[in-house]
Design a protein around this ligand. Structure first.
Ligand code: ZN
Length: 242
């Protein structure tokens, strides 16, 4: 564990760490596959994220610690190779018991990043399904947190950025070539929604990267390796992804 997390760990209750370990072992297959050493820092990062996030729930809905831990773990998973460990703009997470819509609209969401309210919204059943079915490249929590990372990264000063600028630009250049192929139905590793734009392709790519890394690598090794370079980890190595 690096020095920062060793220090943070000193301030966390042993019982909280144990609870976090038990919840993540049950819910998060990425976590369950890690070495004990990586699990220790993953737990610290999960509790750090949870403690730095303002979790809110729709009135009448009981948002449990277990749910908060599961949601937090998606963020830790995608940033496990990076130094960013909390969200600074989108540090309010609002959880609903069902899919939801905005006033005046009949479009229903399972999750969204609202740049106006600076909140991340989730429907708990959708988050749950994302983790229960861990190999279908659908994980709403990974998806929405991917958006948060890209938006926050763009707002940071050059030296403070989460992603290496050259790596991210190379990723975008490769990704831009995939979009027309996805739209034509000639690029089957990602769902069609990835063809919407670069922002959605990044989020969709991360869902596939974490849920079907071997399939992704077989289908598109160059694009897979570029994604691994951006995230500084390779989830094909279950025990030591970074
Ligand atoms: Zn999206």
């Amino acid at each position: 564990m690096n020095i920062k997390y060793s220090v943070v760990s000193l301030f966390l209750k042993k019982s909280s760490k144990q609870e976090c370990h038990e919840v993540l072992s049950k819910w998060n297959t990425y976590y369950a596959g890690l070495t004990e050493k990586h699990q220790e820092s993953f737990v610290v990062r999960t509790l750090l994220f949870l403690n730095n996030t303002d979790f809110k729930a729709k009135e009448g809905f009981e948002l449990t610690t277990e749910m908060k831990l599961v949601i937090s773990s998606a963020f830790v998973q995608i940033t496990f190779g990076l130094s960013q460990d909390v969200l600074t703009i989108f540090n309010t997470i609002f959880v609903s018991p069902t899919s939801y819509s905005y006033a005046g609209s009949n479009v229903f969401y399972n999750g969204d990043v609202n740049t106006a309210t600076q909140r991340v919204n989730f429907s708990w059943p959708a988050v749950e399904e994302g983790f229960v079915i861990a190999d279908d490249s659908l994980n709403i929590a990974i998806h929405e947190f991917s958006h948060c990372l890209i938006i926050e990264n763009a707002k940071k000063s050059y030296l403070a950025r989460t992603f290496n600028e050259n790596d991210l630009n190379e990723w975008k250049a490769l990704a831009a070539k995939k979009i027309p192929l996805i739209r034509e139905g000639n690029y089957k590793i990602f769902r069609d929604y990835g063809g919407t734009n670069l922002m959605e392709l990044f989020a969709t790519t991360l869902e596939t990267f974490f849920e079907q890394p071997h399939e992704f690598y077989s289908y598109a090794p160059t694009f897979y390796r570029m994604t691994a370079k951006v995230l500084k980890q390779d989830p094909r190595n279950k025990k030591n992804p970074k």
